[in-house]
Design a protein around this ligand. Structure first.
Ligand code: NAD
Length: 303
């Protein structure tokens, strides 16, 4: 039976540490860290994510500087807002909530964010810093996975790791982080043949394919550590009655993999809470750098 990689508990531990860092630095900095979440339009799923991020800011002691623009806002106006936030001395982290309304290109807008205020760690410069092993804000979801693995005492050096998915948001930075931790990494994607032959070689398997319940028992080497990044809401079960919401599930068939894996992250409650926490880590770290304060200790960020 697999050990559960419990993201909720670890996220709460890290949040407690961040709250301490803020308390200790507040007098010197003269203000709390500020995170600006820029939302364009009213995509309902984004509304939930933004609300979760705002609640997390409140819990930890960051100022959440929400910024909501109508869906009709032009790219030039969004760019001007980003430039204002770049120069705002109260703002340490900026997050452009994706997806943007149809017709708006995200690339140039993400590139307009000051790389040192890039709370999501997705700016080209910060992906380059990750590639070169230089310091900088790291992409939140893969950084959250690394923290989960580290907190569970999973040794990566010399291990065989497989990442399913090669997106810029998750798969690619995940592979780089695992490689930087001395794992031997393979990346699978939608054109990979014989996926199960590859994933069965993995000591550590990270799944970010965005395909509900893609990975089952046939993909797992017994004793592997499995991290499920996927998150999907299934159709409601008619047996649950009218108005019931569908269950959440991941890319992994939990009930099949749980008996054979050494460790497994649940959905919900695994990677999701860690992503939000890593956003706060990036904003608090930027605040510390700006005010000459000691940045959060990486050891404390592993629970
Ligand atoms: P994406 O659609 O951008 O990328 C999916 C990747 O998986 C692609 O590289 C594709 O080639 C690969 N893929 C698709 N089908 C495959 C298959 N059958 N076999 C092998 N590879 C396959 O998605 P993304 O943005 O990387 O997100 C992946 C999943 O993670 C989604 O479910 C998303 O909702 C979830 N996610 C969760 C969090 C979180 O905080 N929990 C954060 C980000 C993304």
């Amino acid at each position: 039976m697999a050990t559960l990689l419990d993201g909720r508990t670890l996220a709460a531990t890290i949040e407690g540490h961040l709250a301490e860092v803020i308390r200790a630095g507040l007098a010197r900095a003269g203000r709390p860290p500020g995170l600006a979440v820029l939302r364009v339009g009213d995509d309902p799923a984004s509304g939930v994510y933004v609300a979760n991020k705002e609640k997390a800011c409140l819990r930890v002691g960051l100022r959440s500087l929400g910024c909501q623009l109508p869906a009709t806002t032009s790219a030039a106006e969004i760019q001007a807002t980003i430039e204002r936030l770049n120069t705002d001395a109260e703002v340490d982290g900026i997050l452009l909530q994706l997806p943007l309304p149809a017709g708006l290109e995200e690339g140039p807008l993400l590139a307009a964010i000051d790389p040192d205020k890039d709370a999501d760690g997705l700016h080209t410069l910060n992906l380059g810093r990750l590639l070169k092993g230089e310091e900088g804000p790291r992409s939140c979801t893969p950084a959250g996975v690394m923290a989960l693995l580290s907190a569970a005492g999973v040794e990566l050096a010399g291990k065989r790791a497989v990442v399913v998915g090669r997106s810029i948001l998750v798969g690619q930075p995940m592979a780089l982080m695992l490689q930087a931790a001395d794992a031997t990494v393979s990346v699978a994607h939608s054109r990979t043949r014989n996926l199960a032959d590859l994933t069965r070689q993995a000591d550590v398997l990270v799944v970010a394919a965005g395909r509900p319940r893609l990975i089952g028992a046939e993909h797992i080497r017994p004793g592997a550590v499995v991290v499920d990044v996927g998150i999907h809401r299934l159709e409601p079960d008619p047996a649950d009655g009218p108005g019931a919401r569908g269950r959440l599930c991941g890319d992994v068939r939990f009930e099949e993999v749980e008996p054979i894996a050494a460790a497994l992250s649940p959905v919900p409650g695994g990677v999701g809470p860690m992503t939000v926490t890593m956003l706060l880590v990036n904003a608090v770290t930027a605040w510390c750098h700006r005010h000459g304060l000691p940045a959060p200790n990486p050891a404390d960020l592993r629970g």
